[in-house]
Design a protein around this ligand. Structure first.
Ligand code: SF4
Length: 413
């Protein structure tokens, strides 16, 4: 498996790349054991953690509020800065717990301002480095989108997707999902009293992250419980306070979980569609063999809260000679009939040895015209961060799945 960072550096325009200096214990050794983190706990669990280190029952609620505010409203990275609590308690907290974010392995800044981080998560296996996944930030003039990962690797093998060529290593836990957002806010200066080290390309806006998309590595609906828990923390109005309507979860079409995503998480939905008939979709998005288009479209019609103000985004990657004919555009219009929808046309982002080419730009525009004329918004997504392999479908890390035998041997079972 190639190194995506090296590939980015060798095969594309040179990107400005710099390594991140040591900060707040993030440069832990590769083989650091898993820590007990307070990030990703709900308020009840945080209370239990405090009781565990001797906080009296009648103080727990107040301490939870102080911690919550410190962690999620102010973005503290060390207990020592939590001056609303006593030194003694700060020391007890630091001894028992951590509030570390994922470790940054590399940070890259694209010529267009897009930033990509390769992150290392906690290691579950003694002696093995933690698994790695990528996170991307896409700034625009007055807003910014953070694209995070939900799994390391993916099981779904979509043919146009670089991530799909690496095996699933594991799901990311709620703390690792929340931790990605917190880390991005650290680096972008998106906390009230913290400035970014490097402001190049950042939007002219009060908040740097105005939208969160779960479109990085992995299929979020195969990691439902952790995504749900993380979303609740991210949307809490006493903390990070993201709106559910500013979180978009992208699925390849895990039909049985779609209704729950709308009802229990309340996020916006994006569907990785890419084809208008089962024959082609079976090939491009193999989960279609399990949940074919008819079922997928019905699940979209049934998505809780669907309205013209809360439309489903359909992602459609433009593959030269594969799915980009004008008849495909007409079929797409037919397929989406009656569904409040927006269609994102994504020029294919090549990666090393990818089997497809990007459609011709004029053809993409003709395709978009047909969809527009039918009354659907169909923006053509401007490719971002191509020079650092940060664009849609290009993410991949070197993490390898560990075999059961290897895992048992390492754990001494
Ligand atoms: S497009 Fe998404 S679901 Fe498909 S292989 Fe890539 S990461 Fe997995």
């Amino acid at each position: 498996m190639g190194n995506v960072i090296e590939n980015a550096m060798n095969k594309h325009e040179p990107a400005m790349t710099h390594n991140i200096p040591a900060q707040n214990g993030q440069n832990m050794p590769e083989n650091a054991p898993a820590h007990t983190t307070l990030i990703g706990l709900d308020q009840g669990e945080l209370g239990e953690a405090l009781s565990h280190i001797g906080v009296k029952d009648k103080q727990v609620r107040m301490r939870v509020n102080q911690l919550w505010n410190g962690l999620y409203a102010r973005g503290l990275t060390q207990f020592d800065d939590l001056h609303t609590i006593s030194k003694d308690l700060r020391e007890k907290l630091a001894k028992a717990y951590t509030i570390e974010r994922p470790q940054i392995v590399t940070e890259q800044l694209s010529n267009d301002g897009t930033r990509k981080w390769l992150l290392r998560f906690k290691s579950d296996i003694p002696g093995k480095p933690g698994p790695e996944a990528e996170m991307v930030y896409i700034p625009e003039e007055t807003r910014g989108t953070l694209c995070i990962s939900s799994q390391v690797g993916c099981t779904l093998n979509c043919r146009f997707c670089h991530t799909g060529t690496m095996p699933l290593v594991r799901n990311l836990s709620a703390d690792e999902i929340v931790g990605q957002v917190m880390l991005a806010r650290d680096r972008l200066g998106d906390w009230p009293l913290i400035e970014a080290d490097n402001k190049e390309g950042l939007p002219d806006s009060k908040r740097m992250i105005t939208r969160l998309v779960l479109m990085g590595m992995g299929e979020p609906l195969y990691n439902f419980d952790h995504i749900k828990k993380a979303s609740a923390i991210l949307c809490d109005d006493a903390g990070i306070n993201l709106s559910h309507r500013r979180i978009t979860l992208s699925t390849a079409g895990v039909v049985p979980m779609m209704e729950r995503a709308g009802a229990e998480i309340g996020c916006m939905l994006a569907v990785s569609l890419h084809a208008t008939n089962d024959k082609l979709r079976d090939e491009l998005v193999p989960i279609n063999r399990k949940y074919p288009l008819e079922q997928l479209m019905q699940a979209c019609r049934d998505y809780p809260g669907l309205s013209n103000a809360r439309r489903i985004t359909f992602e459609y990657v433009m593959l030269d000679g594969i799915n980009d004919s004008l008849n495909d555009a007409k079929a797409l219009v037919q397929l989406l009939k009656g569904i409040p929808a927006k269609i994102n046309l994504i020029p294919f982002n090549p990666w090393p040895d990818s089997p497809y080419q990007c459609s011709d730009w004029a053809q993409i525009e003709r395709f978009a015209d047909i969809i527009n004329d039918a009354g659907y918004a169909s923006p053509i997504r401007r490719p971002r961060g191509r020079d650092i392999m940060a664009a849609c479908g290009q993410l991949k890390s070197q993490s390898e799945r560990i075999s059961n035998r290897e895992r048992k041997a390492l754990l001494g079972e």
